[in-house]
Ligand binder design. Structure first.
Ligand code: SIN
Length: 281
């Protein structure tokens, strides 16, 4: 019998899960239950966990193997565990991840899942927003779905981590190493079929998607803007409120997320890992 209690946090996506200790080994039956909840809700938030970096890494390993993390500097003993820290004393109000995006879509095999663990959070603020890219696809007209099915888009890390990117200068408590030369581009389908659920998702994002294949930036911009706005319509979103010990795991193949930058003057410390992914189809 299941010990998991699963409580949806919005009508669009996201659920809070209790009745599990993520520091303990997850047996096959429990993993099957977790997977069922994960594929149904896309974002699972587990309050009250106690994880150190090693345990977070082991958990990540158990969810499909650890993904490759470029540009961001991880912990000295655990380079795949990236601290996301904003100190109360920082000059800029900017926070890491404060723009809607899907993680690392500039990679040929972007992560399948991301895990984020709250170590220290502001009294109020610093929530993370998520959007459901299946519902964004479903909201398109059949005519637009057919057009987009035949399109691919070009993704790159240039805006965040290219030689000209300035994000690293504003995030004082993180060590970001920009590419010395212009990062390469990668082409992904605009409509991605999820390898497990078989559902279709609108798979572009405003941070890493530069333009449609064989079109210029200017030609792509109006349709990209329309799709990027649609993807994060309020009705397709949920909001995770963090407490120390909350672990949230999201499906990077069918969601976008956005960290809020509303806690300037307060401290927030998170640990982040990614699970290896596959080639988007
Ligand atoms: C991220 O975009 O990976 C971080 C999100 C957050 O810190 O809330």
């Amino acid at each position: 019998m299941s010990t998991l209690q699963i409580t949806p946090i919005s009508g669009a996506l996201g659920a809070e899960v209790t009745g599990i200790d993520l520091a303990a080994p997850i047996n096959e039956a429990l993993q099957a239950e977790l997977d069922a909840a994960f594929y149904a809700h896309l974002v699972l938030s587990f309050p009250g966990q106690q994880l150190n970096a090693r345990q977070l890494l082991e958990l990540t390993q158990s969810q499909g193997g650890v993904g490759e993390t470029p540009y961001l500097t991880g912990l000295p003993d655990y380079p795949d565990v990236v601290p996301i820290i904003k100190e109360a004393t920082e000059k800029s109000a900017i926070t890491f991840g404060a723009g809607w995006h899907t993680d690392f879509t500039f990679q040929s095999m972007p992560p399948s899942r991301t895990l984020l663990y709250a170590v220290d959070v502001p009294v109020v603020g610093g929530d993370t927003l998520y959007s459901n890219l299946y519902t964004a696809y479903d909201a398109l007209s059949t005519g637009m779905q057919e057009v987009l099915e035949n399109m691919t888009a070009v993704h790159s890390a240039t805006r965040s981590y290219g030689p000209q990117a300035r994000m690293k200068d504003q995030l004082e408590s993180m060590t970001i190493v920009n590419a010395e030369e212009e990062p390469g581009t990668i082409t992904h389908p605009v409509i991605r079929t999820h390898p497990v659920t078989g559902r279709k998702a609108l798979w572009i994002n405003p941070v890493y998607t530069l333009h449609f294949s064989n079109m210029t930036l200017a030609e792509s911009a109006p349709l990209l803007k329309y799709l990027n706005d649609l993807a994060v319509s309020p009705s397709f979103t949920c909001r995770v409120r963090w407490h120390p010990g909350t672990l949230t795991m999201w499906d990077n193949r069918c969601t976008q997320h956005c960290a809020t930058a509303d806690y300037h003057g307060q401290r927030r410390e998170m640990l982040r890992t990614t699970v290896a992914g596959d080639v988007p189809r």
